[in-house]
Design a protein around this ligand. Structure first.
Ligand code: 13P
Ligand code: SF4
Length: 389
């Protein structure tokens, strides 16, 4: 209890949980101004429909596969992060791109669309905890270390799409490439044809899984750079012997699946097929039957035999949607504990209605813009990805 008259200073993490305040460490904002409709408003579906209709072809709504059903029903197109960015770029006629996904995806859409198009993120607090694990100043420090040790000239930076525009810009400036979970193998093959080592950002699991399972590198050749430790926690010896310098980042959703989850699913459902995303830990991916990107997971389930059983290790909104769409197949979540991507879930129907109605009223809410300097080099790294053989 504080003495009378004193104001309690609420700590930053508490404020952030409430979706208020500013987080200097985050690639996204945490404020969401605006007069949001109540989630209990029974007219929300009708309001979203009416606002979308009023905007017509001026608006194009993108929905990532991990979005809630209440939002996905209004998406003009659904897809993974890369497909959505391309879809936005392929709609030069749409004045407004409403991105139902997370901040780094909206940034990529802004980079790939024309000056005239405005990208809107219905809730600025929809960020990505993995993207936040690689901050530009930390990455520049890591690069300086590689320069000091004489390794930078023989290293190419590769960043996963799930990173901030700043990081993509860094990678573009240093002659690297962006990759997605569908083309990580090709991106690494390209990088290793130009250099001895790769600095892989920010997802250690996608980097390790691709390097070890697809390119045949050993665990010793994949070292982990921890931005919170001096010299990344690595000795000169480790750096010298490394092929992959993996950034210590991970996805808080996919990182939850464990080997026990896989064993447990196999015990509960004999003959079950275990299908996981490459953002899962190495031991999970190794124990699984099938591994691939979100789009791969969807295609695999679509092509599966009726009656077959699947334990799927990816975000729950998608797994549930797949289960509903394929009642002839037994589709279950790999973990027994429910887990959504909490930041993806920030975009809900009230935020979508608010964003669309603001556009109808002639205001552009929560516009995501990337500064031209960063956008230029981020585009270089994205274009390099598009040019991969
Ligand atoms: P994709 O959308 O590229 O499959 O990535 C998965 C993910 O975690 C998105 O945030
Ligand atoms: Fe980020 Fe993982 Fe959520 Fe994707 S699922 S937005 S990588 S935290």
């Amino acid at each position: 209890m504080l003495p009378r008259g004193m104001i309690e200073v609420v700590s930053t993490p508490v404020l952030l949980l409430l979706g208020r305040g500013k987080d200097p460490e985050s690639e996204r904002g945490v404020d969401c101004p605006g007069d949001l409709p109540a989630p209990s408003d029974p007219g929300l579906v009708e309001r979203a429909r009416a606002a979308k209709e009023a905007l017509g072809d001026r608006v194009f709504v993108l929905g990532h596969h991990y979005q809630r059903d209440e939002v996905i029903q209004f998406a003009d197109v659904t897809g993974d992060s890369f497909k959505l960015a391309r879809e936005a770029a392929a709609r030069p006629g749409a004045e407004f791109i409403v991105f139902c996904g997370v901040h780094f995806m909206a940034e990529s859409a802004d980079i790939l669309t024309s000056e005239a198009q405005k990208v809107v993120l219905p809730d600025l607090a929809a960020g990505c905890s993995m993207a936040d694990m690689a901050v530009l100043a930390q990455v520049e420090k890591a690069w300086e270390l590689l320069q000091d040790k004489g390794f930078a000239d023989s290293t190419i930076p590769v960043t996963y799409m799930n990173s901030s525009a700043d990081i993509k810009g860094f990678v573009g400036r240093n002659k690297g490439v962006v990759c997605t979970s569908s083309n990580a193998k090709r991106a690494l093959e390209w990088a290793f044809s130009h250099a001895e080592k790769v600095l892989f950002l920010p997802d250690q699991h996608l980097g390790r899984n691709t390097a070890m399972l697809e390119l045949g590198y050993s665990a010793q050749e994949c070292v982990l750079y921890d931005p919170h430790k001096p010299n990344g926690g690595l000795t000169d010896e480790q750096l010298r012997g490394a092929k992959m310098i993996l950034w210590r980042g991970h996805c808080s959703v996919h990182g939850r699946f464990t080997l026990e989850c896989v064993n447990d699913a196999r015990e509960r459902v004999p003959g079950v097929n275990v299908l996981v995303h490459p953002e899962c830990r190495h031991e999970v991916v190794t124990a699984a039957d099938y591994v691939g990107s979100t789009e791969y997971i969807i295609k695999t389930i679509e092509a599966a035999q009726p009656g077959s059983a699947w334990a799927v290790g990816t975000e729950l909104n998608l797994v549930r949607r797949l289960a509903n769409a394929h009642p002839d197949k037994q589709i279950m979540f790999l973990d027994k504990t429910v887990c959504y991507c909490s930041t993806m879930n920030r975009i809900d129907l009230p935020h979508l209605v608010w964003a669309l109605e603001e556009l109808v009223a002639g205001r552009v809410p929560n516009q995501i813009t990337v500064d031209p300097g960063t956008a230029h080099y981020a585009r270089v790294a994205l274009d390099q990805m598009l040019a991969l053989p």
